[in-house]
Design a protein around this ligand. Structure first.
Ligand code: 13P
Length: 255
């Protein structure tokens, strides 16, 4: 059975001391009972990764970055690469987030390179995909999702190290969550695509997270859906009490 995953994406938020307080409290709040039932991941901005690795030393949660370069080393000012993250001990890294696609013109081709970099460097990728509101209204959500999966995963042998995050763009930071049924429909579609492009076993092993205005009040219902294995949480992951509340809900919400 797939373990539930609650992953926080801090995006570009928190000062150093805010980050430190959050991580210390998270470590105090998490106990052994969480570990067996839910995997907790915190994706911090680069400058706080070292701090997060230190706090995560107790093994109660995992640490991820929010993006990487599609190159390994070289003259790419301002970029951080997969071998660098690996040498620091990163467990996970988000790639293909819609904010990267929008503000940094990232294409599926670039994301494909990043996915390869992460797998080569033993960092688990959290690959984000999702449609815009116009695409949904035009009835082409599945076509968009399929294109993104094909483009991002081209030439890659899929396996359980990869986590997929379905993040409908219209639901990110808007307070408009996809209904559990809307989300489940796309999650099932993604799992089917994985089965067709690898095997049923791999499709059953790969975790598919939902992201987009996930909050304590909608967490249980989303997580009860057959193909929703957890959440990639933005705004609601910034306050420790709320984040821990969502972890608690993930533990108790049985399918
Ligand atoms: P919100 O939870 O703030 O909508 O953000 C979701 C997200 O983009 C996570 O990567």
């Amino acid at each position: 059975m797939r373990k539930k995953i609650i992953a926080g994406n801090w995006k570009m938020n928190k000062t150093f001391s805010d980050a430190e307080n959050f991580l210390i409290t998270l470590d105090e709040e998490l106990s052994e009972r969480y570990l067996q039932r839910v995997e907790v991941i915190v994706c911090t901005p680069y400058p706080y990764l070292e701090l997060a690795f230190d706090q995560a030393d107790s093994g109660k949660f995992f640490v991820g970055a929010q993006d990487i370069s599609s190159h390994d080393f070289g003259a790419y000012t301002g970029e951080v690469s997969a071998p660098m993250l690996h040498s620091m001990g990163a467990d996970y890294c988000i790639i293909g987030h819609s904010e990267r696609r929008k503000y940094h013109q990232e294409t599926d081709e670039m994301i494909n390179q990043k996915l390869k970099q992460l797998l080569e460097n033993e960092i688990k990728p959290i690959l984000c995909i999702g449609e815009t509101i116009t695409e949904r209204e035009n009835g082409i959500t599945k076509k968009i999702i399929k294109n993104q999966l094909e483009g991002c995963c081209k030439g890659i042998e899929l396996d359980e190290r990869i986590t997929i995050a379905y993040e409908p763009i219209w639901a990110i930071g808007t307070g408009k969550t996809a209904t559990p049924q809307q989300a489940q429909e796309i999650h099932a579609f993604i799992r089917d695509w994985i089965a067709q492009n690898s095997s049923t076993r791999i499709a059953e092993d790969i975790a598919i997270l939902y992201g987009g205005s996930m909050k304590p009040k909608n967490t249980a219902e989303l997580l009860q859906q057959k193909d929703i294995d957890g959440g990639l949480i933005g705004g609601a992951s910034l306050k420790i009490e709320i984040f821990v509340e969502m972890i608690d809900i993930a533990i108790t919400s049985q399918k």
